[in-house]
Design a protein around this ligand. Sequence first.
Ligand SMILES: Nc1ncnc2c1ncn2[C@@H]1O[C@H](COP(=O)(O)OP(=O)(O)OP(=O)(O)O)[C@@H](O)[C@H]1O
Length: 238
Amino acid sequence: MNVPALRLQQVTKRYGAAHVLHGVDLELRAGECFGLVGVNGAGKTSLIKCMLDFCALDGGSVEIFGQPHHRPAARQPLGFLPERFTPPYYLTGADFIRYLLTLQGLPYDPQAVAAMLAALDLDRDALKRTVRSYSKGMTQKLGLAACLLARKPLYVLDEPMSGLDPKARALLKDQLRSLHQAGSTVFLTSHALADVDELCDRMAILHGGQIRFSGTPAECRAQFGAATLEQAFLTCIA
Ligand SMILES: Nc1ncnc2c1ncn2[C@@H]1O[C@H](COP(=O)(O)OP(=O)(O)OP(=O)(O)O)[C@@H](O)[C@H]1O
């Protein structure tokens, strides 16, 4: 039997008196593209922080490819793009990519870097410029490039389309499809339900601290008797 890429069991998270996650169960099969959706403040980023051991759980457990998430080795097969990606402003794009690759024991391959920048439509000149001179979309592309260059079995991407122009969104979707075809598992959050519909094998709706729906986008439409994923989402959280 295949080990799940991610398994969350009864995950509970509180910030002081505020209960954000109440017993969340979620399982990602290895090799699938999975989308987590929910309104602002639903707890998507908190769930990711719990998964990656950036904050302590108040209950439950998380396993990454069968290993308890708090073991550093469990996170080795994982690439992560945070929701608010803010690289050190004084580094050049090349410095930043080199730094992240070095941390993972990977070489800086100028050809691979150039190919990834082209694949995300980030001008190669950006490598020489300090990050302080980047636009929001350029910064997001740099974060995506650094993350995707590491070639990991599992990617956790918190709102990866954030700040991207229509061309870059289309290119990123191509990249995510390629990763999927190559066998990587992708977990992403998104507010663009059309992207989730297009890209994801399965999805979950997080609302009120709990998973209200988990299944394929087609199952989501069918379960809520809706023609579109947007209508299904609205019915689900009503
Ligand atoms: N460090 C923190 N301390 C206190 N409350 C927090 C903290 N981080 C998040 N929260 C609260 O937890 C709730 C969930 O926030 P979270 O960022 O996980 O939501 P989200 O679903 O990712 O939202 P968005 O779609 O707006 O990015 C919100 O009410 C938020 O204010």
